[in-house]
Design a protein around this ligand. Sequence first.
Ligand code: FES
Length: 167
Amino acid sequence: MALSKKDIVMQFEPKILALCCHYCAYAAADLAGAMRLEYPATVRVLRFPCTGKVEPSYLLKAFELGVDGVIVAGCLEGGCHFQEGNLRARRRVERVQTLMAEAGLEAERLEMFNLSSAEGTRFAEIVTEMTERLRRLGPSPLRSPGVAQSAAPTPLSPSEAAQGEAR
Ligand code: FES
């Protein structure tokens, strides 16, 4: 029996990379783990000292390597520990979204979020929201089977991600 489009959408497990700043978003991800909140195991978290350190080339490279979506998550506006790093990151994300749209890749695959270290629940919501969005969009057109197998992230809990930074 052939699968319906809805079945295919439900079975698609997107690969999401979350680039989180150490002070807020990463702490929120860790809190979500400590609170044992349930969210889709579709995300791999990478910790940055500040989202201001996220270069546009990192975002483009992630898509080139086969992820379906990228989250950039930093401190609340006005709360960046490096003053304006998250504002710089937002401008970079918007620039990359424009490039993606020009290249025919849905800009919604990339989004910047701001949250505090106390928002573990919000982190879980963000991952759930992005996962549902990417299920609707389907696999990235840049994702080839070979690339997806070798480069797509495997799900890690925030505490595993913390241990895995040296990997
Ligand atoms: Fe969190 Fe700059 S320290 S975004």
